[in-house]
Design a protein. Structure first.
Length: 195
C-alpha cells in the first residue's frame, strides 16, 4: 500500500510541477505593455474565435477523458502483484471520489476571462501586429473561418481521445521504469531513516 501511495503522490507532484512551470512562463510572457487599440482588436478576434466557448468545451471534454483514463493510467503505474485484494478494493472505492475532487478543484479554479487577459492577449500581442490580427479577424468572420471555429471543439476532443487511447498508455509504460527507480530510492531512504 505504501508503494501505491508513493505512486499517487509522485503522479500528483508531477502534475503540480508542470502546472507551476507553465504558470511561471505565462506570467513572464504577460509583462509587456499592449496598446488599447491592439487589446480591442484581440478581444474582437477572440470573440470571433469563440475562444471562451471553445475553451470551456475543450476543458470539459479533457476532464471527462482524464477522469475516464485516470484509473487505468494509475493501474499502469502500480505493480498489480504488490497489491492485495484489500488494496485494490480501497483504491477502487477511494479513487473515483478523489479524482472527482481533483478535477472539480482544478476546473472550478479556472477563469477563462482572466486567462484571456493575462495570457492570450499578451502572447498574441507579442507575436502578431495589428495587421496580422485584422487579417485573422477577416478569416474568422469568413464562412471557412466560422466553420473552422465551429469544428474546433470536435476536432480537439477527437484528438484528445486518440491521445488518451494511443499516446498516454505509451507514456505511462515509458514512465514505469523511472517511477520504479524513484520508488526504490524512496524505499532505500525510508529504510535508512528507520535505522
Amino acid at each position: 500500500m505504501k508503494k501505491i501511495l508513493i505512486t499517487v503522490i509522485v503522479a500528483l507532484f508531477a502534475v503540480v510541477l508542470a502546472t507551476g512551470a507553465a504558470t511561471a512562463q505565462d506570467a513572464a510572457a504577460g509583462k509587456e505593455s499592449v496598446s488599447p487599440q491592439k487589446i480591442e482588436l484581440l478581444k474582437r478576434l477572440f470573440a470571433d474565435m469563440k475562444l471562451d466557448e471553445n475553451m470551456k468545451q475543450v476543458f470539459d471534454s479533457m476532464a471527462a477523458q482524464m477522469k475516464a483514463a485516470a484509473p487505468q493510467m494509475l493501474k499502469g503505474m502500480i505493480d498489480e502483484n504488490e497489491m492485495t485484494d484489500r488494496d485494490r478494493q480501497i483504491m477502487d472505492e477511494l479513487m473515483p471520489p478523489f479524482m472527482e475532487k481533483i478535477y472539480k478543484t482544478i476546473f472550478n479554479s479556472f477563469d477563462i476571462n482572466k486567462m484571456v487577459e493575462e495570457i492570450y492577449i499578451p502572447l498574441y500581442a507579442k507575436y502578431f501586429d495589428e495587421d496580422d490580427i485584422k487579417a485573422m479577424i477577416a478569416f474568422y468572420e469568413s464562412p471557412t473561418g466560422k466553420k473552422f471555429i465551429d469544428l474546433t471543439p470536435a476536432l480537439t476532443a477527437e484528438a484528445m481521445q486518440k491521445m488518451m487511447t494511443d499516446i498516454i498508455p505509451q507514456m505511462t509504460e515509458a514512465m514505469k521504469p523511472v517511477l520504479d527507480e524513484f520508488q526504490e530510492d524512496v524505499k532505500a531512504k525510508l529504510g535508512d531513516s528507520e535505522e
